[in-house]
Design a protein around this ligand. Structure first.
Ligand SMILES: Nc1ncnc2c1ncn2[C@@H]1O[C@H](COP(=O)(O)OP(=O)(O)OP(=O)(O)O)[C@@H](O)[C@H]1O
Ligand SMILES: [Mg+2]
Length: 307
């Protein structure tokens, strides 16, 4: 969706003043977290370990409750888990005693309890094929590689046709090659299905490849979404072409600079409650600091002697 249209429409998912304090801790892990996600948008969140990303995702999934604020999906407050939201956890969380087919069929039957066995089977086979695992459909998770298990997790989340997909570092444990292949698959499936996605990642390149917008979270305690970076590169970007676009380096430098230099200074609620929206490389250049050389030399005015 073009940026202007996004600005003017109501977000599909709205997060308002979200905060979480765990018992026994003097300060909340995060507070005043505000952002929205539009239908069909792919949003990534990046921030240092422990700032509260998984907790936010769990609150969006309805698996955990916040201590402050609200989450609305399609104008209804999220108050518990729902098959409207598909979650892919960092560990694949498959049932080890069931085959790929049965793992996914279990989720499909929960969503459509009235479907016949043949209907369920056809649906499962379609989604297993989508992630390229047709040949492994009757294998148990123990007979699959780590990357294949992750793909089963993704197929299972997609198979229930959730209105919102929530991904917690789904590729964290994969080697670079497998990761790249699955990223490409995810991009293709999202383009085909216009899926709305919220994804946690630690990998800035992954975020630039996949996300339309990247939420930058400051460090905790009292972490916040400090900035929202618009990905100004065309959606047709691929892993092979990404680094040929000068805009890639501007966005990447901005993300790395935030994580390395700025995120820690914004802990303890020093980040703005309403995140700054930035377009690295396209924002007007800030006024340069006057350097000592360019500062006009003010000649001291000689004091007149009073005769
Ligand atoms: N059940 C709990 N009780 C107390 N503290 C908790 C609980 N769950 C999480 N925390 C704390 O909340 C903070 C945020 O945890 P969370 O798992 O959301 O971080 P994260 O940003 O996902 O980190 P990572 O990048 O390492 O996955 C951490 O400091 C953690 O210790
Ligand atoms: Mg986490």
């Amino acid at each position: 969706m073009p940026t202007d249209a996004l600005k003017n429409s109501t977000p599909f998912l709205k997060v308002e003043g979200l905060g979480k304090a765990f018992p026994g801790s003097p300060e909340p892990v995060f507070d005043a977290v505000n952002f929205g996600i539009h239908q069909g948008e792919f949003v990534c969140i990046i921030g240092h370990s422990g700032c509260g990303k998984t907790t936010i995702l769990n609150v969006l999934a309805g698996l955990e409750s916040a201590t402050m604020g609200h989450v609305f999906m399609d104008n209804r407050e999220v108050a518990g888990p729902s098959l409207d939201r598909g979650v892919v956890f960092q560990g694949h969380a498959l049932m080890p005693w069931l085959t790929v087919r049965k793992n996914i069929a279990f989720a499909v039957r929960s969503k459509w309890p009235d479907w016949s066995r043949a209907q369920v089977n056809e649906h499962v086979e379609k989604y297993v094929a989508l992630v390229g695992l047709a040949a492994a459909i009757d294998k148990k998770p123990s007979a699959l590689s780590g990357g294949m298990k992750q793909r089963v997790g993704i197929a299972r989340a997609f198979a229930i046709q959730p209105r919102m997909l929530l991904l917690d570092e789904p590729f964290g444990a994969l080697d670079a090659l497998t990761r790249g292949t699955i990223q490409d698959e995810l991009l293709r499936i999202c383009a085909e299905t216009h899926q709305t996605v919220f994804m946690i990642t630690h990998d800035v390149d992954e975020a630039i490849l996949l996300a339309d917008r990247i939420l930058l979270m400051s460090n905790g305690p009292q972490a916040r979404v400090a900035e929202i970076v618009q990905n100004t590169m065309p959606r047709t970007r691929t892993r092979a072409t990404l680094h040929h676009d000068p805009q890639y380096y501007r966005i990447r430098n901005h993300l790395v600079d935030f994580l390395v230099a700025r995120s820690k200074d914004l802990s303890h609620g020093r980040a703005p409650a309403q995140p700054l929206v930035v377009t690295p490389g396209l924002d007007p250049e800030p006024e340069p600091e006057p350097s000592p050389r360019s500062t006009p030399v003010v000649e001291p005015i000689p004091l007149r002697r009073i005769a």
